[in-house]
Design a binder for this molecule. Structure first.
Ligand code: AMP
Length: 392
């Protein structure tokens, strides 16, 4: 990585990707005196409208990438599928944070699961499938029902199929284009939660409260904080995020999506996936906490100290999907409801167009945003996940 020193106010952060995450990073940066330059290939990128400089070019356009690198002080990204060549090209010119090695771990579900289990953190049981001959052995190992997922490029439920005992697994694999896959045991979770945390350049980790997430058609619909989990599960979530961030030598904001399994004293967590970026389940922090996930990310990549987020109460974040954005005006009169419209031109079905954060009840917030001591995690023994060797 190119040499890096803390940015001064007025410096420029380059962001790869021009969607709502880049837009909200740029808005947070502007508030604390930093500029942003967004690089994205889509002409209607909604982040273009809020930044000082924008580059509209493909990720393999080396001339455009070189100019972009020349004009910024540090580079970050809003999505995990940044092509490896793009990240390598840029990191030879300017610091790229989080380090591109993080992308190599998190772009591939099998490599990511191997990494998580190598830390002694539980996941659903899983097996890789690289050819038709590996389907039956994987099913024998994992059992059914299971979820077949492509190793790369899956999101919002795309690139995955649930397989039950009566289903034709080979056909399911063919329907995913015979791509390299991972078969995961189907988890009977009680709820889905996530932890959003940030790690600074000097290694401090600060996490937000564990957040409960409700999906509709595989797309996040509502996040609620606090999540309905025990205090010990909340603490376990923070430690999992901290351990992952430290093992990746991560700089910036990341999210860990988790399943809650069991109940009462047996309640525990399984990691579903890591998002090496700011995350939809952390949008509530803009209006619901004293420092947001976006500002934490900006502070981290700028080499600045992180903030200590205090939650403003019981919070609900509702995604406005597709034409739901057309009803924006109904939110304008709701007390303690904060409307965010990403300014996207076309409200296609399933497209995240905006969100609303509601502060439902003010609470004493003192418990929030603990800075955890050095991560110390015991492997959770109640899962069937078998630790495997490190990935490919
Ligand atoms: P993913 O793309 O891996 O985040 O999966 C999208 C959604 O599918 C998750 O939020 C879960 O609701 C569901 N899902 C994914 N993997 C599993 C699993 N192994 N068991 C049960 N549900 C799953």
């Amino acid at each position: 990585m190119a040499d890096f020193t803390a940015l001064k106010p007025g410096a420029t952060i380059g962001i790869l990707g021009g969607g709502q995450l880049a837009r909200m990073i740029a808005l947070a940066a502007a508030r604390i005196g930093l500029k942003c330059h967004v690089f994205a290939p889509e002409p209607d990128s909604c982040a273009f409208g809020v930044v000082r400089r924008a580059t509209l070019a493909e990720y393999d356009d080396e001339a455009a990438l070189a100019r972009f690198a020349e004009e910024v002080d540090v580079i970050t990204y809003e999505f995990e599928n940044v092509p490896a060549d793009t990240a390598a090209f840029l990191s030879s010119r300017k610091p790229v944070l989080p380090d591109p090695s993080v992308l190599a771990t998190t772009q591939d579900r099998l490599t990511e699961k191997d990494f998580v289990t190598s830390l002694g953190i539980a996941t659903a049981p899983y097996a890789g499938i690289a050819s038709a001959a590996e389907i039956l052995p994987a099913i024998r190992k994992i059992g059914l029902p299971a979820v077949l997922k492509t190793r790369r490029f899956g999101y919002d439920g795309k690139g995955q199929i649930k397989i039950g005992p009566k289903d034709d697994a080979a056909r399911a694999w063919r329907s995913l284009g015979e791509a390299p896959c991972i078969l995961e045991g189907f988890v009977q979770f009680t709820r889905e939660v996530s932890i959003v945390a940030a790690r600074s350049a000097d290694g401090e980790v600060v996490s937000f409260d564990i957040t409960e997430n409700e999906h509709s058609d595989h797309i996040l619909k509502v996040s609620r904080v606090p999540a309905r989990v025990s205090a010990s599960v909340g603490k376990e979530g923070r430690l999992i995020a901290q351990k992952i961030a430290e093992a990746l030598n991560y700089v910036g904001t990341l999210a860990v999506e988790l399943f809650v399994v069991g109940d009462g004293k047996d309640e525990t967590l399984l990691v579903n996936e890591i998002a090496p970026r700011v995350h939809n389940s952390g949008h509530w922090t803009i209006d619901g906490a004293t420092v947001s996930q976006f500002e934490q990310h900006v502070r981290a990549v700028a080499g600045w100290p992180l903030g200590k987020p205090l939650r403003r109460g019981r919070i609900e974040m509702i995604n406005l999907i597709g034409t739901e954005i057309d009803d924006y005006s109904k939110w304008l009169g709701v007390p303690k409801a904060y409307l965010h419209n990403y300014g996207k031109p076309a409200a296609r079905p399933g497209r995240k167009m905006g969100h609303v954060t509601k502060v439902l009840a003010e609470e004493p917030a003192a418990k929030d945003a603990k800075v955890a001591p050095k991560a110390k995690i015991k492997a959770t023994p109640k899962t069937k996940a078998k630790p495997k060797g490190r990935g490919k």
